[in-house]
Design a protein around this ligand. Structure first.
Ligand code: NAG
Ligand code: NAG
Length: 326
């Protein structure tokens, strides 16, 4: 079916939306899997340019007669992997979604391997937060773009938080079984998330999140919804790190007891990097897909200011939708 020619279709695919139905878990999983697909990082600039042309021509209604539906979507995925969704600019390679799994895999390998050595702790948490800030910078978007100052604040806050927790807990975990010490990096990044995300999005606490009706018309803004949305994003980010930052130490803690490992202690870094990579490859799309990005809320449950704004529009809706972000 999808090898059909685009040109022969009466209604052509809408490439401004994800290919798969975002109301179902399976649709979201396929969508996020294609978004983080690390193989897309290998596509040459010429390949990226081709996809960009196909997509921009398609939007203007220009379709090559031999283009199939599958090919069209493949070009869209390549386009999305490298160009900013709103500005259309080519993103810095390490800021792209397709770079997330490989980069995070190396950072996690470092965080988990050098969790005891203070210099290692410092270096790897600093690298992680710098990488994070770089992604946030590359991905800033037009209308509510975060300023450089806000970005710096979130970066410094998260780095300080992660380092304080990691170095502080390392002082006290000596009395506990070794596995506890191996879990300190997870505690540190959980705290970093709880600092970073609210700081990056603090404008939403004061200005509110845009509420839309079914048709996508903006009908108001709500600050009470922002609190839930941001808390949920923090939880889902921490949940996303759980499989690779908790399972990897648990497995590693068993491996270090084997004779095989004791003869080859240099394998600590590669083993943990590979385990983290597998964990990331599974958990990133899975956790992103778990909850829909768009949430609905009954107007009656909103804060009075938001309710008043909604009552004031023509045909006020009973239920509104908002985007909770990633
Ligand atoms: C780096 O820290 C952030 C928290 O700011 C966290 O979400 C992310 O998972 C960490 N990266 C790795 C590779 O652990
Ligand atoms: C970047 O922002 C877009 C929306 O503007 C979002 O879909 C995407 O997931 C974001 N990527 C990262 C790496 O945060």
């Amino acid at each position: 079916m999808s090898s059909e020619l685009v040109i022969s279709l009466v209604t052509r695919p809408d490439v401004s939306k994800p290919r798969w139905d975002q109301k179902t878990f399976e649709g979201r999983l396929r969508h996020f899997y294609s978004t983080v697909n690390p193989l897309n990082i290998l596509i040459s600039s010429k390949g990226l340019e081709t996809s960009r042309n196909v997509i921009s021509n398609y939007k203007k209604g220009v379709v090559c007669p031999s283009l199939t539906v599958d090919q069209l979507w493949r070009h869209k995925q390549i386009y999305d992997s490298a160009f900013h969704p709103e500005t259309g600019e080519k993103m810095f390679i390490l800021g792209r979604m397709s770079a997330q799994v490989p980069c995070n895999m190396i950072i996690t390998g470092g965080l988990l391997t050098f969790y005891k050595n203070p210099r290692g702790v410092f270096f790897w948490h600093w690298l992680n937060q710098s990488f994070n800030a770089n992604v946030n910078y590359a991905n800033r978007s037009g209308e509510n773009a975060i300023t450089m100052k806000e970005l710096m604040c979130a970066y410094l806050g998260a780095t300080t938080g992660a380092l304080t927790v990691a170095l502080g807990l390392n002082q006290v975990v000596g009395k506990f079984p070794p596995l506890v010490g191996r879990l300190v990096p997870f505690a540190a990044i959980a705290v970093a998330n709880a600092i970073n995300i609210p700081l990056m999005r603090y404008k939403e606490f004061t200005d509110g999140i845009t509420l839309e009706d079914e048709t996508g018309r903006a009908v108001g803004k709500s600050t009470s919804v922002a609190k839930y949305a941001i808390a949920e994003v923090v939880l889902s980010r921490v949940g996303m790190a759980l499989p690779y930052m908790v399972l990897t130490p648990v497995i590693m803690n068993q491996i270090v007891k084997t004779l095989w490992y004791q003869r080859r202690p240099w394998t600590a870094a590669p083993i943990q990097t590979v385990l983290a990579g597998l964990g990331l490859l599974i958990s990133t799309p899975f956790c992103c897909a778990l909850f829909p990005q768009k949430k609905s809320v009954e107007v009656a449950k909103l804060d009075p200011e938001a309710r008043a704004q909604i009552e004031a529009v023509q045909n006020p809706p009973k239920v509104v939708y908002y985007n909770k972000g990633l």
